[in-house]
Design a protein around this ligand. Structure first.
Ligand code: SF4
Ligand code: SF4
Length: 158
């Protein structure tokens, strides 16, 4: 499906910190050594395939210009687990400590879970949280998958 808005990352380098890059053995939550922070990738022409392919929701057209992850300090990411667990999950990766506590994150989390979509918060420090829509109990498989990933499971309260 064509993306609604054509965007480029510009000077945003937020995912070069928050996300893991398998090819480089770069762990999540640490700056990539090839990142010129707030400018771009120093090995742009040779960057790994996972960097080339990654597109956060802002890049795909979510929100306005002010919602770029280097401004909000939160990367939004919608994905479907390959094993089909939970259907789709809206992930929110923290780029700067405390960003997941901001009002827009709380509002967006509430709105999304109310719409029946699971939401995960991945903070720079501390335990990951999974917000589960009300009335939707995780199956056994889903529970063990979240246990493996060490998620704190939070049943949504409107
Ligand atoms: S977080 Fe999104 S906009 Fe920022 S560099 Fe990564 S893909 Fe581009
Ligand atoms: S290789 Fe480049 S694009 Fe990939 S994480 Fe590092 S700085 Fe970012």
């Amino acid at each position: 499906m064509p993306e609604a808005v054509k965007r480029t990352c510009g000077s945003c380098t937020a995912c070069c910190k928050s996300l893991a890059v398998m090819e480089l053995k770069k762990p999540p939550k640490k700056w990539c050594p090839h990142c010129d922070i707030g400018k771009g990738c120093k090995i742009y022409a040779e960057r790994p395939i996972s960097c080339r392919e990654y597109r956060c929701e802002w890049l795909k057209g979510f929100g306005d210009e002010t919602a770029r992850p280097d401004h909000t300090k939160v990367i939004l990411d919608y994905f479907i687990l390959p094993n089909g667990l939970t259907g789709g999950t809206f992930q929110m990766w923290e780029v700067s400590e405390g960003a997941l506590g901001r009002p827009f994150v709380k509002q967006l989390t509430r709105y999304t879970v109310k719409a029946g979509i699971w939401v995960s918060h991945i903070p720079l420090r501390g335990r990951k949280k999974m917000f589960v829509p009300r009335g939707r109990s995780p199956t056994e498989d889903e529970s063990s998958s979240m246990e493996e990933e060490d998620f704190e499971v939070i049943a949504f309260q409107p």
